[in-house]
Design a protein around this ligand. Sequence first.
Ligand code: IPD
Ligand code: CA
Ligand code: CA
Length: 256
Amino acid sequence: MKEKLIEIIKEAGTILKDGYFSNKEVNFKAKKDLVTKYDVAVENFLKDKFTNEFKDFNVIAEESDNSNIEFNDSIIVDPIDGTTNFVNQVPHTCISVGVYKGKKPYIGIVYNPILDELYEAQIGQGAFLNGKKLEVSKENNFEKSLVATGFPYSNSTNQDDLNDVIEKIRTILPQCQDIRRLGSAAIDLCFIARGTYEAYYEMNLKAWDVSAGIIILQEAGGKFTSLDGSNYKLFEDKYIVASNGLVHDELIKLLN
Ligand code: IPD
Ligand code: CA
Ligand code: CA
């Protein structure tokens, strides 16, 4: 299944790449939440192919009405993660596809067609970037850790969320090496998997933002939990906290 998925996702990557280099009209789902015709085009392409090819799975995808779709044997799709980057030609944008069997992680694929970087993992078989095996960093000192985060779209409308973002940065920033905000949750998780970041946290993400990245991270030896350190629940938890495993406890302590 993984090879077929990769073939389809690479094909969809050409739609994303064409859009990235063209002038595009931007629509607003909310004040800060953008969508373009390319998000929809990539999603429709993937949904068509996946429904034909993988008949035992349903597809849950960001730009679709998912109200009658039950999460079980599911392919969870973010057609363009990092849409603001995509619109502004910041080259950190990707297609994210996570496959779950009986709600359990199975395959994760994150493809950035701009940099031609394909991250892939299947449970029990390791994680790879363009065929090269991935491993999380061995840094165990939080002071030397590069930490990533993201800002929820609610920051302009929800004062509690904004305060929470600022409070957490106030605590974390003086204690770590530095903080990055790259603009794609899926790639952020892959950047821990490849050893670039030590850790990452973010609030208000949706299942399609992380469904693939957490599988890739897990297979590279990393860890992801909810804010209190318990098992992360896709579709349920407000916060995700991810790391190389070695600085996880320290990050959880500081975030709380
Ligand atoms: C967004 C990106 C971003 C994160 C946002 C997500 P989108 O996804 O992953 O990094 O901070 O919260 O919603 O809207 O570009 O698919
Ligand atoms: Ca997303
Ligand atoms: Ca998206």
